[in-house]
Design a protein around this ligand. Structure first.
Ligand code: GAP
Length: 518
C-alpha cells in the first residue's frame, strides 16, 4: 500500500516530469531555445524559435487588442529601455529593489533568504490542509472547517507557528534587518534543500537592477540601468500622452516591452528570467476612486484569462496581506503551473506614489486639472502587469497533452487556443506528383494573406498531422486527386481529429469562425 505521503511524492514527480517534457518539447519544436546554447547557455536567458515567436506575438496582440483596441480610454506608448538614472531613484528601485540573499558555505548554493522562510510556512500550510482533508472525510457533511481551525489543537498550533514566523519575517523585511532574518533561519533550523547543510553565510541585500555605462569615460560616462519594469516609462510620459492624446481621467496607458532583473534564484525555465517581457497598463484615476477601479481591473483581467478557453479553476486570486509601502491594495492572478499555483499577473493600486515621487525628483508638475470638479490633483494609479514569457509558459503548460488513440498509437498535441496557435492552417498535397503540389500551392497562396499557413509535402500524411498536432495547428488541409476534379479538400480538425470533405472556398470561413475570440 502506498502512504498518502508516497502518493504526494508520486504526484510531485509526475508534475516535475511533465515540466521536463514541456521544456524538451519547447526546444524540439522550435518554441524556446536556451540562449547562447553553443557556448553552453546563459543562465535564465532564453531565445524564441520560429514557432515561439509566433505564439509570443499572438499573445502580445491579444493583450493589446483587449487593453487598447477595446478601450477607447486606453492608449499605447513604446518608451526606451534606457531612462534617466534619477527615475530609478525616484521610483525607489535604487534603494529598495533588492532581495535578501544567503549562501550555503558547503553547497555553495545561493538562495533568497525570505523564500527559504516562506517555504517553511508553505510546509506548515500543507500540514494544515492535510489535517482538514482527513477531518472532512471523518465528519462528512457536518464538518465546519472554520470551527475545526479554531479548536483543533494540532491545526491551531500550526496556524500559530505560521503567524509567529510571518510576524518576524515581515518585521525584519520592513526594517531591512538582515541579522534578524538570519536568526529566523537558524531558529527554524532551515537546512540547504540540496545538501542538508546548515552552514550559512550572513544575509545580504542584493539589488536586482542591471547597470551599465552611457557615453565614453572621457566624456564623463554616467551609470544607467536596464529598466526592471516598463511601468516607469509610462509614468514619466504621463503628461505627454495625456496632452497629445487629449485623454480625460479615467484613462490608461499601455506598454509592452523588455525588462531586466538580475534574479538571485533564476530557475524554472521561462518562469523566472533575467531578461523578459512585460505587458503593463497604468490606469490614471481621480483620488478616492482607486479601490473601485482596482476591483474593476481584477474582474477585467480575470475575464481576459478565462476567455482564452483555459478552465477557470486553473486561475485564482491571491490578495496581498502585506502591501508595499506605495500600495493600498494588491493582488496576484495565480496560474496552476506544473510546479503549482504561482504568480502570473499583478494588479496593484499604487496610489499617487510614482507620480508624486517624479514631481519631487524632476521638479516638474505632474498634475491633472479635472474640469468636472474644478480641481487639480496628482492622479492615483491602478496597474495591471503581466509577464509575456510567463503567460507563454502558462499556455504551454495548459496546452501540452499526451493522448492515447483508439488504434493504440500515441500523439502529443498542443491544444493551444486556435487564435494563438503559431500556424492556423497546414496545407498538404497527398503526393508529390500528378499536379497535387501545384494545386496545394495555389490553395495556400489564396489563404496566406489572411492566415499563417504552412506548406508541407514530405513524409506520410500521418506524420505530417503529428508534426502539426505537436505545434498546435488547428487545421490541416489535404489536397488529393479528387481535388483536381471537383475542387474539394479534406480538412482535419486538431483536437477531434475529425476529417470532412469541403469545397476549397469554404476553408477560410471555417477557420475564421474557429479563430473568433469572445
Ligand atoms: N510594474 C509592476 C511590476 O513589475 P512585478 O510583480 O514585479 O510588478 C509583474 O512583475 C509581472 O512580471 C509578474 O507577475 C510576472 O508575470 C512578470 N515577471 C516579473 N519578474 C519576472 C522574471 N524574472 N521573469 C519572468 N517574468 C517576470
Amino acid at each position: 500500500m502506498i502512504s498518502p505521503y508516497g502518493e504526494k511524492l508520486k504526484s510531485m514527480a509526475k508534475q516535475e516530469d511533465l515540466f521536463k517534457k514541456i521544456i524538451a518539447h519547447a526546444k524540439e519544436y522550435g518554441f524556446v531555445f536556451p540562449s547562447s546554447e553553443i557556448y553552453d547557455g546563459l543562465s535564465a536567458v532564453y531565445d524564441y524559435g520560429p514557432n515561439g515567436v509566433e505564439l509570443k506575438k499572438n499573445i502580445r496582440n491579444y493583450w493589446w487588442k483587449a487593453m487598447v483596441q477595446m478601450h477607447e480610454n486606453i492608449v499605447g506608448v513604446d518608451s526606451a529601455i534606457f531612462m534617466h538614472p534619477t527615475i530609478w531613484k525616484a521610483s525607489g528601485h535604487v534603494d529598495a529593489f533588492s532581495d535578501p540573499l544567503i549562501d550555503n558555505k558547503d553547497s555553495k548554493k545561493r538562495y533568497r533568504a525570505d523564500v527559504l522562510v516562506e517555504d517553511v510556512m508553505a510546509k506548515l500550510e500543507t500540514k494544515i490542509n492535510k489535517e482538514i482533508a482527513k477531518a472532512r472525510k471523518r465528519f462528512g457533511e457536518s464538518f465546519d472547517e472554520q470551527q475545526y481551525r479554531e479548536t483543533n489543537p494540532r491545526v491551531n498550533g500550526y496556524i500559530q507557528q505560521i503567524e509567529e514566523i510571518k510576524k518576524r519575517l515581515y518585521s525584519a523585511m520592513d526594517k531591512e534587518d538582515m541579522e534578524a532574518i538570519k536568526l529566523l533561519i537558524e531558529d527554524l533550523g532551515i537546512a540547504d534543500p540540496v545538501s542538508g547543510s546548515k552552514n550559512w553565510t550572513k544575509v545580504r541585500q542584493f539589488n536586482l537592477m542591471f547597470s551599465t555605462q552611457m557615453g565614453s569615460t572621457a566624456d564623463g560616462a554616467s551609470q544607467i540601468y536596464l529598466r526592471p519594469e516598463t511601468a516607469q516609462g509610462i509614468f514619466v510620459n504621463y503628461l505627454n500622452v495625456q496632452k497629445t492624446a487629449r485623454m480625460k481621467i479615467p484613462f490608461g496607458i499601455a506598454q509592452t516591452g523588455k525588462a531586466f532583473r538580475n534574479e538571485i534564484v533564476a530557475r524554472q525555465f521561462i518562469f523566472r528570467m533575467r531578461e523578459f517581457e512585460q505587458m503593463e497598463m497604468q490606469f490614471f484615476v481621480r483620488p478616492g476612486t482607486e479601490l473601485e477601479w482596482f476591483k474593476n481591473w481584477k474582474r477585467e483581467r480575470m475575464k481576459w484569462h478565462t476567455a482564452m478557453g483555459i478552465p477557470a479553476n486553473r486561475f485564482r486570486f491571491h490578495d496581498h496581506e502585506k502591501l508595499a509601502h506605495y500600495a493600498n491594495a494588491a493582488t496576484d492572478i495565480e496560474f496552476e503551473f506544473p510546479m503549482g499555483f504561482k504568480e502570473l499577473e499583478g494588479i496593484h493600486s499604487r496610489t499617487d506614489f510614482d507620480l508624486s515621487a517624479h514631481e519631487k525628483f524632476s521638479g516638474r508638475k505632474l498634475r491633472y486639472f479635472d474640469s468636472e470638479i474644478n480641481e487639480s490633483y496628482v492622479p492615483y494609479v491602478v496597474e495591471t502587469s503581466i509577464g509575456l514569457d510567463r503567460m507563454f509558459l502558462a499556455l504551454m503548460s495548459y496546452a501540452y497533452t499526451e493522448e492515447k488513440l483508439k488504434d493504440g498509437s500515441e500523439r502529443v498535441v498542443m491544444k493551444l487556443p486556435p487564435f494563438l496557435a503559431p500556424f492556423k492552417i497546414a496545407v498538404f498535397p497527398l503526393t508529390k506528383k500528378d499536379g497535387l503540389p501545384e494545386k496545394a500551392r495555389k490553395i495556400m497562396d489564396g489563404l496566406k494573406s489572411d492566415f499563417m499557413c504552412f506548406y508541407e509535402e514530405k513524409d506520410t500524411i500521418g506524420k505530417r498531422y503529428r508534426r502539426h498536432d505537436a505545434i498546435g495547428t488547428p487545421y490541416c488541409v489535404t489536397v488529393d486527386h479528387q481535388t483536381l476534379t471537383d475542387n474539394t479538400v479534406t480538412i482535419r480538425e486538431r483536437d477531434s481529429m475529425k476529417q470532412e470533405r469541403i469545397a476549397i472556398d469554404k476553408i477560410a470561413g471555417i477557420v475564421f469562425e474557429r479563430l473568433r475570440t469572445k
